[in-house]
Ligand binder design. Structure first.
Ligand code: ADP
Length: 479
């Protein structure tokens, strides 16, 4: 195993065990075998990390933007150089096919590269003054110590999308990775250390989520919380952050509609559907949860999707040519099973799959259900698994109504060849992101984020650094 496989946490530039020596075992979701362990840290070690970050902050913010940018570029180069080893660690703990893991590492690295560039473009403003003897200058300053709490579905990219802009802006960071996938986070930290990012600027604390999260949110020294995960935990962390009035960014759950109109290009819609539904085995917050298909194309779409889904190969992410790995854990499998059973019991039709795969563990057959209606659980709750639930609609107004009939508002997809309809849909969909005739919308150059219960703030793009900055207005008077 590569030297990047670290089983200690990283605080203040040091690799540490938990103060009381306890550890958490980490398992491979493809076979249930233990792959290692990480320190089971809590409040005390989190306080240590916050203090270290606070100490390191003045020197980090005092660097020129170019100096910080150069360190980030070195980190980026090391991630690329070690992308194969990182992908192996990622597949081992998360399960996604190795090629997809490699794709994630490159995607993760792209945020470091992007924000290394953006570091140099944190521009301010001058404003024409309201007084003859005064001038108004607006500058941007780093907000301070940042806490990043991240999920297991993208163990690398969800970290770099937060740490990249934080470090670029001049903020130190404390990362609490998902308990299922700490090794990718620790490997990234090892490369940051190698890149020369100073001690205390990037810390990774593993262990007890409640204790670590409690300390991070209670601390007045932590000025910003960036969280990606479930909506209930996002709301909880926002409430916990209220006492210290932290700035919060929340990237939460979704219930993405994928709308196919009669005039869509069928093959392209099915291609998009496969990516938007089955990428990461359905475990992304922008994965389609509801297919809304117009009457005229409905049967052809269902048949073609089922045909393509039947071709998807399933297995251990390390086996050649595997397209779908395991789900992250037993709880995730049970949720898919529950949504399938609930829909079938209320009249949905099973077109493909519908049960566990003979491989056992986290493996579930990619599934297609037709005849899905709003009474079924899948209409409201995010399945987070390989279930394509297909609803039928008649006209554009009904498509919009169904699509927006959810508390969530992250990503929506729409397939049509009518330009006017494409614009109308883009404007009518109450979502932070809309893909028209495209199933893959994530990129470091565009703002990622949602509305309603899907969260607050945007990550990536030129907007993604704003959440890590404060605006300062200076009035130069008495000139
Ligand atoms: P999931 O159910 O998909 O794991 P969560 O929202 O529970 O989604 O987890 C996302 C991240 O939030 C993980 O890093 C997890 O450890 C963390 N987390 C969960 N509960 C808490 C909590 N009470 N305080 C702080 N972090 C938490």
């Amino acid at each position: 195993m590569t030297s990047l496989f670290r089983q200690q946490a990283f605080i203040d530039g040091q690799w540490l065990d938990a103060q009381h020596g306890s550890t958490c075992a980490i398992f491979n979701p493809a076979n249930g075998k233990q792959i290692g362990s990480v320190p089971n840290m809590g409040a005390a070690e989190t306080r240590q990390a916050i203090a270290a970050a606070n100490r390191a902050w003045p020197a980090w913010r005092a660097l020129t933007a170019k100096e910080r940018s150069n360190l980030l570029k070195r980190w980026y180069a090391l991630i690329i150089e070690h992308s194969d080893a990182l992908a192996e660690i990622l597949t081992l703990e998360q399960g996604k096919p190795l090629a997809e893991a490699k794709g994630e590492i490159l995607y993760a690295a792209s945020f470091i590269e992007w924000f290394a560039e953006e570091a140099k473009r944190i521009y301010g403003d001058t404003i024409p003054s309201h007084k003859g003897d005064a001038r108004i200058v607006v500058s941007k300053e780093p907000i301070g110590v940042v806490a990043a709490i991240t999920p297991w579905n993208f163990p690398a990219a969800m970290i770099t999308r937060k740490v990249g802009p934080a470090l670029a802006a001049g903020c130190p960071c404390i990362v609490k990775p998902a308990p299922e996938t700490p090794f990718t986070a620790l490997a990234l930290a090892a490369l940051a250390e190698q890149a020369g990012i100073p001690a205390g600027i990037l810390n990774v604390v593993t262990g007890d989520a409640v204790a670590i999260g409690g300390e991070l949110t209670a601390s007045a020294d932590v000025r910003k919380l960036s969280f990606t995960g479930s909506t209930p935990i996002g709301k909880l962390l926002m409430a916990q952050s209220a006492n210290t009035l932290k700035k919060v960014s929340l990237e939460l759950g979704g219930n993405a509609p994928f709308i196919v109109f009669d005039d869509a290009d069928l093959e392209k819609a099915v291609d998009g559907a496969l990516i938007a539904k089955y990428r990461n085995n359905g475990q992304t917050c922008v994965c389609v949860n509801r297919f809304l298909v117009q009457g005229g194309i409905h049967d052809a779409f269902v048949a073609r999707l089922a045909e393509r889904v039947a071709e998807l190969t399933i297995g251990d992410g390390f086996s050649a040519d595997v397209k779908l790995g395991p789900l992250i854990n037993e709880r995730a499998v049970q949720k898919v099973e529950d949504h399938v059973q609930d829909a079938l019991s209320k009249g949905a039709r099973l077109v493909q799959g519908g049960e566990r795969h003979p491989l056992g563990h986290g493996f579930f057959l990619p599934t297609v259900l037709a005849g899905v209606t709003v009474e079924m659980k899948v209409a409201r709750e995010e399945t987070f698994g390989p279930l394509a639930a297909i609803f039928r609609f008649d006209d554009e107004a009904e498509a919009v109504r169904l699509a927006n009939d959810t508390e969530y508002g992250l990503a929506a997809y729409c397939y049509t060849r009518d330009l006017g309809r494409a614009w109308r849909m883009s404007e009518a969909l109450e979502y932070g992101m809309v893909g028209i005739n495209e199933g893959l919308i994530s990129t470091e150059v565009a703002p990622f984020g949602g509305v309603k219960s899907s969260g607050l703030g945007r990550e990536g793009s030129k907007y993604g650094i704003d959440d890590y900055l404060e605006i300062k207005y200076t009035l130069m008077g008495g000139l």
